[in-house]
Every structure is written in C-alpha cells, then in structure tokens.
Design a protein around this ligand. Sequence first.
Ligand code: LIP
Length: 258
Amino acid sequence: MNDLVALAAALARRAGGIALEGRRGGDLGATTKSSPTDIVTLYDRMCEETIVTGLADARPHDAVVGEEGTSRPGTSGIEWHIDPIDGTANYFFGLPTWAVSIGACDAEGPLAGAVYLPVLDEMFTASRGGGAFLNGAPIAPRDVRSLPDALLATGFGYDPAAREAHGRTVANMVGHVRDIRRLGAASVDMCFVACGRLDAYVEGGLNSWDIMAARLVLTEAGCVVTDYAGGPVTPEEVIAAAPAIHGPLVALRARAAS
Ligand code: LIP
C-alpha cells in the first residue's frame, strides 16, 4: 500500500511540475468541454498522459480512469482515478488553488491517494489504515464543535440549473456558519478540511476523479465524509466535516435545500 502512495505522489509531482511550467510559459491551448465555462487546457491532457504512462510502466495490470478521457481496463483489482488538473479554471486564471489528484481504489473503496498543489508545493497523501499527511507530517481537522464556528467550503458544477439551485441552498446556509469559501477545486477543499484550514465542505455533481484521493485523506485524518443524507459518499453528493459538526451540517443542508 505504501508503494501505491509513493507511486501516486511521484506521478502527481511529475505531472504538477509539467503543468506549473506550462502555466509560466504562456499559451495554455485552452478549449471548453461540457459548457462554455468548462475549460480544458493542453496541460490537462499532457498531465493525464504523463500519469497514465507512469502507471502503465509501474503497474500495467491496473485499471485507469481519467477526467480527460482515459478508460483503461485492468485485471489486478486496483483502479486509478485521475484528475490531472483539478481546478482548471483556477489554473487558467493564474490562481494558486489547483491540484493534481491521483487515487487508487479496490473493491472495498479508496486504497491510496495523493493530492499535489504545485504552486504551494504541498503534497497530501493517505493510505487505507495508514493515516493522512501533508508533506509527510500527520494532519487532523480543527476541533470545531458548532456550526456557527465552522468555515464552510463549497463549489458549483458547470450545469446552470444545478448552479442556481445550489446557490439558493448556500444562501440559506450562510447565516448559520462562520463563513463560506469557494476555492474552486474539490480535492483542495477536501484536503483543507482534513488539515484544519477549513471545517467542512459541501458540493454535488462531481466525478470520481475529483474525490477518490481526497476522500481517503479526509477519513484517514479523522473527518466524516458522506452523501447528503449521511450515507456512503458519492461524487454526486459530498458532505465532509470535522466529526462534531457533520451531523448538524447534514441537517442544515437538508433544511436549506428544502
Ligand atoms: C472542478 C471541481 C470544483 C467544482 C468545479 C469543477 P475541474 O473540477 O474541482 O470543486 O466546483 O465546478 O468541477 O473541472 O476543475 O477538474
């Protein structure tokens, strides 16, 4: 399992370095995908290709799924989920909160993961039962005990109707928490909850590659991660929080969305 984390971290750092160099170089070759604001750059694709090649060299029998189209079957029982640049809009605009997210899972769920923020040179890693770390140091959520004290992060997908609906929900929540943050990358939001820079995160309409690594960082750090009803988390519904406020947050979001 440590070998899987080490591989994920090495490939995340390698791909992140390519993306960072490209950002500094100028032309990003940006186009759009699911909507006029769903950006993809030359470096999203280059990073995914770098990671997929590295995985094929090291673990040729593993399956791989990537945001930019990779879908490789495997026979080992291990499947990798790759977001080569999570927070592509931030990357495009030159904001620092974007990350390379690489997570491995088996039939029981997340097994190992790395989320690397190249601008900040911060590497979040976790393995099942092995703890969660930031640049090798153990991490834990803040000891927040009540929602009015909680700093809540959220995000909005690319579908206009879903964005408006979630915006109304967040508007109904903002008066019941310390404040809201919208950092623009799900894996970054989730890792920041795990290390106490945020207290909670709520977002829907994500994909497996957005959350596979970061959900393991969260649970190994001691956070609670579920769907909106408090059941098993899915990319479609994510509520992540420090333990004491998770239940109250599930209830608040349900009231705010009704
Ligand atoms: C992004 C997510 C973010 C969400 C954005 C977008 P991408 O992923 O990480 O949380 O709010 O709408 O989906 O598209 O930058 O890889």
